[in-house]
Ligand binder design. Structure first.
Ligand code: FAD
Length: 304
């Protein structure tokens, strides 16, 4: 219930505007975001990325943003992703670039998102980098998958995220096994109607493992994107993470002890780093999916 309420609050644009315009609240929330977001600038993301690579992690980098409603903002986001990749190439930083299609035009016109994704994928190919498309609300799943399938035919360096919580994902994954590209499997961060969604439960964990199993048996590159310690134990017992096509992927600042333990055990671990000024919704997502994070956030806000 708390999770659902917080997700609704997070998406309320009036509350967001109020916080952003408040001289008292904005710096407090910004402080709390620092645990999960590397900073406002590209340099912040690159700097943390470099440090993590030196420690033996792989990285994903995302310039935060979603549901962009003007073409100018979409162009700015697309250009930022391209500059980010050029900078990665210059610094010899082997990173995956993560993005939401609604950040680069999906909410305005799917054709625009397709066109910008092709530009980004082309740049990634010439920089020897890969792209990972995030999965958004279920109302966008068909559009995102359709754009993905069009692009991956020419750019096998583009991957797609699938949400185990959606009932449809079992069919989607069977279909996507016929395409190139890495599959990232997450449980799902969005509040979805109960008739299409499996809630957090043992059933969901079993479905998650079933999806990983399908990918592994098909020889797909797969990212297990979760912080669930119990599920990782089962994944390791099944030998999945010892498979060269499989890696663990975790969000920066979340369960860093588990992240380090897996890496120290010699398993491949990717850390998902974000930067940018649109951190508000990202922060709310992290708190909503794990309510004890509210205490962590409040402590960060008070300590400064
Ligand atoms: P849960 O079942 O939610 O939690 C299991 C356990 O993990 C908890 O008991 C706790 O011990 C730990 N844990 C989980 N979350 C936290 C937290 N925030 N802080 C501290 N501990 C925690 N979702 C999408 O819908 N679309 C995407 O494109 C997407 N991309 C993602 C990319 C990456 C790399 C990752 C790691 C997640 C992504 N997510 C995405 C979010 C995902 O769907 C889940 O909401 C999130 O990972 C929490 O689920 P979980 O698998 O960690 O397990």
């Amino acid at each position: 219930q708390f999770t659902d309420t917080l997700k609704s609050v997070a998406r309320n644009l009036e509350i967001k505007k109020y916080i952003q315009q408040s001289n008292e609240l904005y710096p407090i929330f910004e402080r709390a975001s620092k645990r999960f977001v590397t900073g406002d600038s590209r340099e912040d993301g690159l700097s943390v990325g470099n440090q993590l690579i030196q420690k033996g992690y792989r990285i994903s980098l995302e310039y935060i943003g979603e549901n962009t409603t003007s073409k100018d903002e979409c162009i700015q986001a697309k250009d930022e992703f391209i500059t980010l990749m050029k900078e990665c190439a210059k610094q010899g930083l082997s990173s995956r670039i993560s993005l939401d299609l609604s950040h680069i035009g999906l909410s305005i016109d799917p054709q625009l998102a397709y066109q910008y994704l092709v530009e980004i994928a082309k740049e990634a190919q010439s920089d020897d980098l890969s792209i990972m498309i995030s999965m958004e609300e279920s109302t966008k799943t068909d559009q995102i998958l359709s754009i993905y399938k069009r692009v991956v035919v020419d750019y096998s360096n583009v991957g797609i995220t699938l949400q185990a919580q959606l009932q449809r994902t079992l069919n989607d994954i069977n279909d996507l096994l016929n395409y190139a590209g890495t599959i990232r499997i997450v449980k799902g961060a969005y509040q979805e109607p109960p008739d299409i969604c499996i809630p957090r439960s043992q059933n969901l964990n079993e479905r998650y493992l079933e999806l990983v199993d399908l990918c592994v048996k098909a020889g797909k590159q797969v990212s297990i994107a979760s912080h669930d310690e119990v599920m990782y134990q089962q994944i390791i017992e099944r030998g999945y993470l010892q498979n060269p096509n499989v890696e663990a992927e975790m969000l920066y600042g979340i369960h860093p002890d588990l992240c380090k333990q897996l890496k120290d055990d010699g398993l491949p671990v990717r850390v998902y780093l974000t930067y940018g000024t649109e951190w508000y919704l990202y922060l709310c997502h992290r708190i909503a999916e794990y309510p004890p994070n509210i205490y962590v956030a409040i402590t960060d806000m008070i300590r400064g």
